[in-house]
Design a protein around this ligand. Structure first.
Ligand code: ZN
Ligand code: ZN
Length: 365
């Protein structure tokens, strides 16, 4: 990643801080620290303001900081000082009357301890300032997301080539994670969901001990983390035998819902409306009460981030956003279908980043 991109991100944040009336922000969410600095370690906080940039870390990360973000002045504490004591000692030198804190990431315990000891410097809760910037990906982030998709898809193809009927969900999950890593992923984006038969009706099932030959279909929800920490997220259902007609039917409905919703993705489209398009297809087929979750979410340094495609979302699509589109129908005791792809909002529409076949048919070799 070039330093220019990081400078641009920090510049945009400083503009947001000005708008929010905050002199400086103490960034404690590690993903946000990474986003603004390129530093991928933990336990390090960034203080940022119009003419202020300082990272507070400890000696474990000294070399890594020099490697990953040499342009950012670092204050390194020793093991004799806690982070709170360190901040209380360091922050007053910047003569700030108030410091913004990330309310979604800082614990109440740390906030209280800091507020007491930093007084009269006031701590002002802020939410979403960096998360909002993160919704729109720059070219380097889109490249990382493409890589995360490729790694997920290559790992998936490898896993499928290794499947045998007597294998369990958990063994397949292991092959999938291993496969993604073989193709360069840092790790799995989350514990893969591999659900044989009616296990697929549980939207957040993991992977258990059921064997592939115990049912004629499987749901697989998985993703990879690219080397710089970007997440892909896909779901496919495939047949391992003769699929019951009911499942066949809901598969067709979910696929139609997904394709109809995707076709409406463009700059300016309301996320709520995109969700509504898919929901309408599912409602009209008579399955409204079996689609309980939102249609999709942003992906990036987190597996779930903004914008949200859901009935209560107030977000609007902007070029550079990358979202999942993942309608589902879950029939308890029968089975569930979800089809999930990753979609980039472009200047004039959308590009589907994922390319795994959406055919239901597919056999274990
Ligand atoms: Zn998923
Ligand atoms: Zn998802």
């Amino acid at each position: 990643m070039t330093t220019d991109r990081l400078v641009t991100r920090r510049h945009k944040l400083v503009q947001s801080l000005r708008k929010a009336g905050v002199a400086a922000l103490l960034v404690t969410n590690p993903k946000n620290v990474t986003y603004l600095t390129g530093f991928t370690g933990e336990d390090s906080y960034l203080l940022i303001g119009p003419n202020l940039l300082r990272i507070f870390s400890d000696s474990r990360f000294e070399t890594q900081l020099q490697d990953e973000c040499p342009e950012i002045p670092a204050e390194i504490r020793t093991s004799r000082t806690t982070m709170i004591e360190f901040l209380v000692r360091e922050i007053p030198q910047f003569k700030l009357s108030a410091v913004g804190i990330e309310a979604s990431s800082m614990t109440v315990a740390i906030r209280d301890a800091l507020a007491e000891k930093l007084s009269p410097v006031e701590l002002v809760s802020q939410t979403g300032l960096i998360e909002e910037l993160r919704q729109i990906k720059d070219a380097s982030e889109i490249e990382e997301l493409r890589m995360a998709v490729r790694q997920a898809e290559s790992g998936y193809a490898l896993m499928k080539s290794l499947l045998v009927p007597e294998m369990t969900e958990r063994q397949a999950a292991h092959e999938l994670e291993h496969g993604m890593r073989r193709f360069g992923a840092l790790k799995a984006a989350f514990e893969p969901i591999i659900a044989v038969g009616d296990h697929s009706a549980l939207p957040h099932y993991r992977a258990g001990l059921r064997h592939f030959d115990e049912s004629p279909f499987v749901l697989c929800d998985w993703g990879a983390v690219s080397p710089k920490g970007y997440h892909s997220d896909l779901t496919r259902v495939w047949a391992t035998g003769k699929v019951p007609p009911k499942l066949h039917r809901i598969y067709g409905v979910v696929l139609n819902a997904q394709q109809a919703a995707m076709a409406t993705i463009r700059p300016g489209a309301k996320c709520q409306d995109v969700d509504a398009v898919a929901r309408k297809v599912i409602d009209q087929a008579g399955y409204s009460k079996y689609f309980g979750h939102g249609l999709g979410h942003g992906i990036g340094l987190d597996i779930h981030e903004g914008p949200r495609l859901s009935p209560i979302s107030t977000d609007e699509l902007i070029p550079g956003m990358v979202v999942t589109v993942e309608p589902g129908i879950y029939l308890p005791g029968v089975g569930g279908v979800r089809i999930e792809d990753d979609v980039l909002v472009t200047r004039d529409g959308y590009e589907v980043l994922t390319s795994v076949s959406r055919e239901l048919e597919g056999v274990i070799s």
